[in-house]
Design a protein around this ligand. Sequence first.
Ligand SMILES: Nc1ncnc2c1ncn2[C@@H]1O[C@H](COP(=O)(O)OP(=O)(O)OP(=O)(O)O)[C@@H](O)[C@H]1O
Ligand SMILES: [Mg+2]
Length: 264
Amino acid sequence: MTVTDQVLELPATAQAPAALTFQGVSRIFRGGVEALSPTSLAVRQGEFIAIVGPSGCGKSTLLRLAAGLDRPTAGQIDLGARSLGYVFQDPTLLPWRSVEANIGLGLEIAKVPRRERADKVAQAIALTGLRGFEKALPRTLSGGMRMRVSLARALTGEPEVFLFDEPFAALDEITRQALGDELLALFARQRFAGVFVTHSVGEAVYLSSRVLVMSPRPGRIVAEVAVPTAYPRDPEFRFSTEYSAAVADVSHALRHKAGPRGAL
Ligand SMILES: Nc1ncnc2c1ncn2[C@@H]1O[C@H](COP(=O)(O)OP(=O)(O)OP(=O)(O)O)[C@@H](O)[C@H]1O
Ligand SMILES: [Mg+2]
């Protein structure tokens, strides 16, 4: 574990070019709310990192900045990727559009020709296990399936950098774990650079090769915990000593490093 405000990288992927870099990035909102203290990090191509931290510490702010949906007050953000996917905590589906029409929305907006659009939508549907539900409306789907639709919609953009803002937070534990496994299967296939924000320490460890721990607002990265277990990860990984050790390290960092006075 290292406390750092320097550029972070994982030895195994240190040679890969950075897909996303933050250098001294801060965000102070109008009215003086400092959401993000100067933060530096680098996510390499093909790397999957997780971010945990207390509510309001600036995790969504960090993702929004990475996606260019907001501008930093100071610092520099480099997106060394041509395409970006963003899965929000809420699936944000259009209720009057079918599953396939929701998934194709981004392609439609990007004016991708109909034929190509249909191919990409069909592929995303197959990858997310939604075959047979193409014509269904969102209100007829379970929460887990709606989240799959949201994931499929983001996949159609063939993201090189994929941002996830607590996508499984509203789901039950079993569904959440199943979607986690499916997400790792997608990661094995597409090898995007993943940044996954979650409140679940176990989920962070299971999915990522390193977990960044943030302090309460104004957020900054106070610890990094490496998860050395190679991909692909087996569901049995959840019962391994490596998993338990990483969970303990992240929990410890949250308790002892992520508080203003040494505690949350
Ligand atoms: N547009 C905005 N204007 C003013 N303040 C904002 C704005 N967006 C976020 N904030 C503030 O910035 C801080 C960080 O918000 P952010 O949404 O990034 O937190 P978070 O870590 O994602 O929290 P949670 O875990 O609850 O989702 C909060 O205090 C929030 O009130
Ligand atoms: Mg948030």
